[in-house]
Design a protein around this ligand. Structure first.
Ligand code: SIN
Ligand code: FE
Length: 290
C-alpha cells in the first residue's frame, strides 16, 4: 500500500526531477509527496493563519486567478489585497511545479480555483455526502467534467507542527472493478432535466453519472470506510503533495491551514490516457461514456 505514495526529494518549485517516472506514477493514481517543498509564508503573511479571515459562510477562501478575484474572505481592503496576493503566489508556485515537472501538460492545462483552507478538518459538521473525511474520489454534482482530469496540488502550512492527515485508498482499477458493475445507467433524459433546472452547469455525461455514483457509494459504505484497502498518511507542515483527485481515493482526517490548487487536463493531454478514470470505466463497461 505504501507504494501508493511516491516521495520526491525536491526542494525547489521549478527544478524538474525525474519527470518520466513521476508522470507514470501520477497517472497511475499515486500521490507525489514532496516532504521538503514548503510554501513559505512571510512573517507578515503569518497573520493570515487564523480562521477569522474566512467570511463564515464559505468553506474556504477561494481565488479565481482568471478574474483575479478573492471570495469567501473578510477584512479591510488593504488586508484583503495582501491575502489575495498570498493566495495568488501559491497559484503561481503550484502551476510552476506542474509545468516544470510535466512540460507535456502545459499546452492543455486549465488552471482553476486556488483555495486557502483555514478551517480545522476535525469536527466539521456535514452531511455524509459532503464529508471529505470519508474515502472518496472527487466528483461534483453541479460540475460535470466529461472525463477531464482533476489535478490538485496541496501544501500544509500549519504553524504548530500539525500534520494534515489523509487516508489514501486503493487503485482506481480495483475500485471500478468492485463498484461499476452495480451502477445502473442514468435515467434517459435526466441529464437534460438537471441542466434545464440549472442543477448542473453543463450536461451531465454518463461518465459524470458513474463518477458521482462511485463517490456516493464509497462515502455511504461504512464497512468500506473502515475495512477497505487504505493507508494513513500524515503530511507534515512544509510538505507539498500532488495527485489526480478524481482517481486517487482520499480522505482528510485532521489538520488545519492548507493551500490547494486545482487544475484540469483533458484525457488527450495525458502521457497515458488509458489509465484515466474515463478510459478505465469505458473499458469495463464496453461503451463510450462521453
Ligand atoms: C479533499 O480534497 O477531499 C479534502 C482534502 C483536504 O482538505 O485535505
Ligand atoms: Fe476530495
Amino acid at each position: 500500500m505504501q507504494d501508493r505514495i511516491v516521495t520526491v526529494d525536491q526542494t525547489d518549485w521549478t527544478s524538474p526531477a525525474d519527470t518520466g517516472a513521476l508522470a507514470t506514477a501520477l497517472e497511475d493514481g499515486k500521490v507525489l509527496y514532496f516532504p521538503q517543498l514548503p510554501f513559505v509564508m512571510t512573517d507578515a503573511e503569518k497573520s493570515f493563519l487564523s480562521p477569522t479571515w474566512g467570511d463564515g459562510k464559505a468553506k474556504n477562501i477561494a481565488y479565481d486567478g482568471e478574474r483575479d478575484q478573492l471570495k469567501g474572505a473578510q477584512g479591510s481592503a488593504e488586508d484583503l489585497a495582501r491575502l489575495k496576493a498570498m493566495v495568488a503566489r501559491f497559484r503561481t508556485s503550484a502551476v510552476g511545479l506542474i509545468t516544470s515537472l510535466f512540460p507535456h501538460y502545459a499546452a492543455n492545462l486549465r488552471v482553476a480555483q486556488t483555495s486557502y483552507r483555514t478551517a480545522r478538518v476535525e469536527g466539521r459538521e456535514t452531511s455524509w455526502r459532503k464529508d471529505d473525511s470519508r474515502l472518496h474520489v472527487d466528483a461534483f454534482p453541479s460540475r460535470p467534467n466529461h472525463g477531464e482530469r482533476i489535478l490538485r496540488v496541496f501544501s500544509n502550512v500549519n504553524p504548530n507542527g500539525e500534520p494534515r492527515v489523509w487516508r489514501v485508498g486503493e487503485r482506481f482499477h480495483d475500485l471500478a472493478d468492485r463498484l461499476a458493475p452495480a451502477i445502473s445507467r442514468p435515467i434517459p433524459g435526466s441529464a437534460a432535466v438537471l441542466h434545464a433546472l440549472h442543477i448542473t452547469k453543463s450536461r451531465r455525461s454518463e461518465y459524470d453519472h458513474y463518477m458521482l455514483q462511485m463517490h456516493d457509494r464509497m462515502k455511504a459504505d461504512l464497512a468500506y470506510q473502515r475495512d477497505g484497502v487504505q493507508t494513513r498518511m500524515p503530511f507534515p507542515p512544509g510538505a507539498t503533495w500532488v495527485c489526480f483527485s478524481d482517481q486517487t481515493p482520499h480522505a482528510a482526517m485532521s489538520g488545519q491551514y492548507m493551500f490547494e490548487q486545482t487544475m484540469h487536463l483533458p484525457v488527450a493531454g495525458l502521457h497515458q490516457p488509458d489509465s484515466s478514470p474515463l478510459k478505465v470505466l469505458e473499458r469495463k463497461l464496453g461503451r463510450n461514456l462521453v
